[in-house]
Design a protein around this ligand. Structure first.
Ligand code: VGL
Ligand code: ZN
Length: 198
């Protein structure tokens, strides 16, 4: 089998009541748990920031969440503090199955954010996921999780760049939708050859 399910950031802080809640984010849990039965390989990602991370508005005096700043690698949206390593907010949703093969953490370098499961936001620093997948002969990926317009779409676009066959299961994704980012992400994904499945 050469296919894997990639479950992106289904963590408490991205669910209702969390620090960076994605509307109806928790609705992805049941469909994702069911999808795990039909994939031999299941990989979960976990957004995993140190306190004071540069993607946090609180690290930039005078800046508010959802403003954009320029970091050495380019523009970066500032977020409320979220998914701080070891906190309840960084934990997976309590009902999410976590009996997958690999959990990959990202965003753990203070100075660089990482939306994608493959490359950090400098578009150079690798997470190692491509090495893992290629060594296992996996060529097809189905992505689900949170948030459609950030970590899911960045991961899907990088996966296409790396040559994977990519499907995004939209019914098991929810978006943040910051200034039209949801529609834009769908357009980019379609344009790069990602199969969008409802
Ligand atoms: C995410 C914003 C900041 C995501 C992570 O999982 O989509 N979005 N960190
Ligand atoms: Zn984050």
């Amino acid at each position: 089998m050469t296919a894997a399910l990639l479950v992106i950031d289904v963590q408490n802080d991205f669910c209702p009541g969390g620090a960076l809640a994605v509307p109806a984010g928790d609705e992805v849990v049941a469909p994702i748990n069911a999808m795990m039965d039909v994939f031999d390989t299941v990989i979960l990602t976990q957004d995993w920031h140190p306190a004071g991370h540069q993607s946090f508005a609180s690290a930039h005096p005078g800046k508010a969440p959802y403003e954009t700043v320029t970091l050495p690698y380019g523009p970066q949206v500032l977020w409320p503090d979220h998914c701080v390593q070891g906190t309840e907010g960084a934990a997976f949703h309590p009902e999410l199955r976590t009996d997958g093969d690999l959990i990959i953490r990202k965003g753990f370098r203070s100075a660089i954010d990482s939306y994608s499961a493959f490359f950090e936001n400098d578009q150079e620093t690798v997470t190692g996921l491509h090495g893992y997948l290629s060594e296992r002969g996996i060529t097809q990926l189905t992505l689900v999780g949170l948030a459609t317009d950030f970590c899911v779409s960045y991961s899907a676009l990088d996966a296409r760049k790396l040559g994977y066959e990519v499907t995004v299961g939209l019914s098991a994704c929810r978006g943040i939708d910051l200034d039209g980012s949801l529609e834009a992400s769908l357009t980019y994904m379609r344009g790069s050859g990602v199969t969008l499945k409802s």
